[in-house]
Design a protein around this ligand. Structure first.
Ligand code: GLP
Length: 260
């Protein structure tokens, strides 16, 4: 990227009279260069020292700008090998009206799915789990917690709780929870999903390979069997930079108004 780099940093040199702190000017120049495609995902940035020389500013200023951009997810730093433009996430567009599984959603997009296990087993239920799943304190809850990965990119952390009577062997579900539930006639037919914004904590950010504090989506799904019984209570954290949830809205006709 040496030509592009020269251009970015030379421009900074010319415009550095504008009054804004230098690190902000440098941050903006790099951000603009990424947005305009002058430097692209995976491109290496010159070393701190080279940037400082090219832009005629101090290395401390360069470090401050670069650290800000790493925090914002624009750049990534790899120990020993340098600073790079972060890989661009292909955003996943997810319908909010279909009750599908993660495996099905990704397969429909031709993405290769895998999961890393975070937890699976039978436990004494928490008060939340007892309330949502209708369990008493002497019953057990099955917990299935996974990091969900599509095309080698970690997209979500999903922590599912089910009654142990519906899922007596959480370790045996294979790659899809819904496929396992289908086999025993326990696949949900309806779900209520609540989505809220969340800033990712350190541990979740590390698993999702994003900077801590970055925006994410907290999703809670409560799924029901045809009988009306709750079968699944899942709390998930999705990467905010990877997902667009899409809902179709229709104008309610007069005949439908007031209907639930
Ligand atoms: C989605 C839902 C989860 C559900 C999961 C099942 O991601 N948000 O609530 O547990 O799908 O996916 P799979 O059948 O691939 O394990």
């Amino acid at each position: 990227m040496s030509e592009a780099a020269d251009q970015i940093f030379a421009t900074l040199k010319q415009s550095s009279q504008s009054g804004a702190p230098l690190y902000l000017q440098l941050r903006k120049s790099i951000e603009d260069a990424v947005n305009r495609g002058l430097i692209g995902p995976g491109d290496a940035l010159p070393s701190e020292r080279d940037i400082a020389t090219k832009a005629d500013i101090s290395r401390v200023t360069v470090r401050k700008a670069v650290q800000d951009l790493v925090k914002g997810g624009i750049l990534v730093q790899r120990h020993g090998s340098g600073t790079f433009v972060a890989p661009r996430m292909e955003r996943v567009e997810q319908s909010l009206s279909r009750l599908t599984s993660f495996t099905e959603d990704m397969a429909r997009r031709g993405m290769a799915v895998r999961s890393a296990w975070l937890d699976r087993g039978l436990y004494a239920p928490s008060p939340d789990e007892m309330m949502v799943l209708g369990l008493s304190s002497n019953e057990l809850v099955a917990r299935v917690s996974r990091l969900r990965i599509a095309n080698d990119t970690p997209l979500a952390i999903e922590r599912a709780s089910l009654s142990a009577s519906a899922l007596p062997d959480p370790a045996g579900i294979g790659s899809s929870l819904y496929a396992a539930l289908e086999l025993t006639g326990n696949r949900p037919v309806r779900a209520v999903q609540r989505i809220s914004a969340a800033n990712l904590g350190d541990a979740d950010a590390r698993l999702l390979e994003v900077p801590p504090g970055i925006a994410g989506l907290h999703i809670e799904r409560i799924s029901y069997l045809a009988s009306g019984k709750v079968i699944e209570f899942t709390r998930s954290i999705y990467r905010g930079d990877a997902y667009d949830f899409v809902a179709e809205l229709r104008l309610t006709g007069p005949s439908e108004e007031g209907r639930p």
